[in-house]
Design a protein around this ligand. Structure first.
Ligand code: HEM
Length: 399
């Protein structure tokens, strides 16, 4: 029997939803394994099982027609599609294995001690101040202190990276007010990124130049190399900025868990992982059905857009006990905060290392963290982002 998907009268991209997505997820999960979202003209899935299954089944739920609301088979993408995120195999296999060789465990091991020194220096200075903005003074500063150098970007204009990410992540949603607002006056960011990805503007030895060297070996063309470097710039900064901000928010809101981390610093990796499950920086991505597919008795035709609510899956109570709690005793593995399947985040080891180093530096220096004012959200069509997170810390041994 072909059931109709329940039609929901909510807009997952309106300001009320984006400001507090968690208040709305249960109504989507409860409505069924798949729902029809009238406001955007797309299907939606918010339960863990279906979201994870769709991410695994890239042949049915394809990415090459765009992972935003725009269907690339009908509309021209706002920029040339990503050669990782917005392609399917076999092209994806080729580009992804090339990039996997650059973002390797071995390379990250080499970076560890210098990144650690930067994290410690930064946290030392903030602990001395006691009160600081965990977004502006920590979460934005740390990735910007290490990531552009890792890629080998030109020095001038690096501040455009955050604006560029805002534009890219907003563009996966509809052309709403959030999109317009995020783009206003940001044209310079797009032209800066275009320049920054060019071979002549990259420093030797960085990951950016390594992509061009792969092109020299015949692994991809020079034009493809330029677009692959762009993937680092689109996805590598605002994601970790907000990941680190949510980590600090979790440690402030759950003091018992921060105490566990202080007692056992080995929990630092777990703390970052659980913070991503608890408040997922990347909230949603679309897929397009490449063929007719049945979900819980409902047939979805080919060529339909399906919005996958990653963050809702990460708080699905049928998968996670007390999902709204940040809990270091929980095994958060299997969360879809980095996606799942062939498109699972290329930079997850980078993000994990950054998160671990900040969590460790805080645990070593701070007795407690509390909110010194209300967190301020920055609305984005894809990211759950923080504009400001005022905190106060008590240095270890200061009481
Ligand atoms: C906390 C930080 C991060 C989060 C939450 C995050 C999240 C994600 C998610 C959910 C996907 C899957 C997209 C999909 O299935 O359509 C993804 C893919 C991707 N991420 Fe990340 N990411 C983070 C950090 C990074 C960093 C630091 C980099 C760069 C080094 C990066 C580069 C990429 C790229 C290139 C892809 C596309 C991979 C592919 O399609 O094969 N990400 N990320």
């Amino acid at each position: 029997m072909n059931k109709h998907a329940c039609s929901l009268d909510l807009d997952p991209f309106d300001a009320a939803f984006l400001a507090d997505p968690y208040a709305h997820h249960a109504s989507i999960r409860d409505a069924g394994p798949v729902v029809w979202l009238e406001a955007v003209g797309a299907y939606g899935m918010a339960r863990y099982e279906e979201v994870q299954q769709a991410l695994r089944d890239h042949a049915t739920f394809c990415s090459s027609r765009g992972v935003g609301l725009a269907d690339f088979s009908k509309e021209t993408p706002f920029r040339p599609p990503s050669l990782l995120l917005e392609v399917d195999p076999p092209l994806h296999d080729r580009t992804r294995s090339l990039m996997n060789r650059i973002v390797s465990i071995r390379t990250l091991k080499e970076f560890r001690s210098s990144w650690q020194a930067k994290a410690e220096e930064l946290v030392d200075a903030l602990v001395e101040r006691r009160r600081f903005d965990a977004v502006k003074d920590l979460a934005e500063v740390f990735p910007m202190a290490i990531f552009p150098d890792t890629i080998g970007l030109m020095e001038e204009g690096r501040e455009h990276l955050l604006d560029y990410a805002t534009i890219v992540f907003n563009a996966f949603g509809p052309r709403n007010e959030v999109f317009e607002e995020g783009n206003r006056g940001k044209e310079a960011a797009i032209s800066w990124v275009t320049q920054a990805c060019k071979r002549e503007n990259l420093k030797p030895d960085g990951w950016g130049m390594q992509v061009y060297e792969a092109a020299d070996r015949g692994d991809c063309s020079q034009d493809e190399a330029e677009r692959l470097v762009r993937s680092f710039l689109s996805a590598g900064v605002d994601t970790t900025v907000n990941g680190i901000a949510h980590l600090v928010l979790a440690l402030a809101e759950f003091p018992s868990e921060f105490a566990k981390l202080r007692a056992n610093r080995n929990l630092a990796i777990k703390a970052f992982e659980e913070s991503l499950r608890w408040d997922s920086t990347v909230q949603t991505f679309f897929r397009t059905t490449a063929r007719e597919v049945e979900i819980g008795g409902t047939a979805l035709p080919a060529g339909e857009k399906v919005l996958l609510f990653l963050a809702a899956a990460n708080r699905d109570p049928t998968k996670w006990e007390h999902p709204e709690s940040f809990d270091l005793d929980r095994n958060a593995s299997g969360h879809v905060g980095f996606g799942f399947g062939i498109h699972q985040c290329l930079g997850q080891m980078v993000a994990r290392l950054e998160g671990e180093l900040i969590a460790t530096a805080l645990a070593e220096r701070v007795e407690s963290i509390r909110l010194a004012g209300p967190p301020v959200r920055r609305l984005n069509n894809t990211l759950h982002a923080l504009e400001s997170l005022p905190v106060e810390v008590v240095p270890t041994g200061a009481r």
